[in-house]
Design a protein around this ligand. Structure first.
Ligand SMILES: Cc1cc2nc3c(=O)[nH]c(=O)nc-3n(C[C@H](O)[C@H](O)[C@H](O)COP(=O)(O)OP(=O)(O)OC[C@H]3O[C@@H](n4cnc5c(N)ncnc54)[C@H](O)[C@@H]3O)c2cc1C
Length: 187
């Protein structure tokens, strides 16, 4: 997106449609992230990259079984992403004016399912508090085979995935081994 429209843009914003509804409600909350404010190398000179997304609140059921090439899917996608463009416009008025958006990529749970191989298009597995469910640990039933990633404790997100690997490494080489490895990595 043309940087002129983003003269004084925050790195992260959250748009709430209604405080009367749960924040986890459908199409009620959208995050708008302009990562190129923090790292200009993420966009060509004079431009920004704007990422707007719902926090795992878009129902997969709306799209389940649809043909991604069908007119019905394209129409549904256009209808559903309008909420995200509204959130962008709230912080960046005029953002969608002619010619300002150079590239627009719009995704749905089907997009995540197909291109990220995510089950039912989720951001990652969810464990509900109070249900007795828990993320698995790194130990598998196969000797010398460990599991890491967002299906393991502590769960989804890049920092959590790194932590899950660190926990497994700690189990294998011990706390002092981890400290030595982190020192060797300059961390
Ligand atoms: C749209 C989206 C936005 C997100 N935003 C954020 C964010 O802002 N911040 C954050 O911290 N986290 C975010 N997350 C979550 C984060 O991306 C994941 O928790 C994290 O990437 C999981 O890492 P992983 O290594 O466990 O799995 P993945 O990153 O999913 O890696 C698994 C890899 O295995 C490959 N694979 C799958 N099956 C096979 C197979 N049979 N053979 C070979 N390869 C296979 C996949 O193609 C993939 O490359 C987001 C997730 C999504 C979907």
């Amino acid at each position: 997106m043309d940087a002129a429209v983003l003269a004084a843009v925050p790195l992260n914003s959250v748009s709430i449609r209604s405080w009367e509804r749960p924040l986890t409600g459908e199409q009620n909350m959208a995050a708008v992230v302009v990562a190129s404010v923090g790292d200009p190398s993420l966009a060509p000179p004079g431009h920004h990259v704007v990422h707007a997304y719902a926090p795992a609140t878009e129902p997969y059921g709306l799209y389940e079984g649809m043909d991604r090439r069908s007119a019905a899917y394209k129409a549904l996608k256009a209808e559903r992403v309008a909420f995200l463009y509204d959130a962008v416009e709230r912080y960046l008025p005029g953002a969608r004016a002619d010619g300002r958006v150079r590239v627009a990529l719009e995704g749905t749970p089907l997009t995540h399912e197909r291109f990220l191989r995510r089950s039912r298009g989720t951001y990652g597995p969810e464990v509900m508090a109070g249900t007795g469910d828990a993320f698995g640990g790194g130990v598998t039933g196969v000797p010398r085979l460990w599991a890491v990633g967002d299906s393991c404790f502590p769960g989804i997100g890049v920092p959590a995935v790194a932590a899950s690997a660190l926990l497994v490494v700690g189990g294998v080489v011990g706390g002092s081994g981890v400290r030595r490895m982190l020192r060797d990595l300059g961390l």
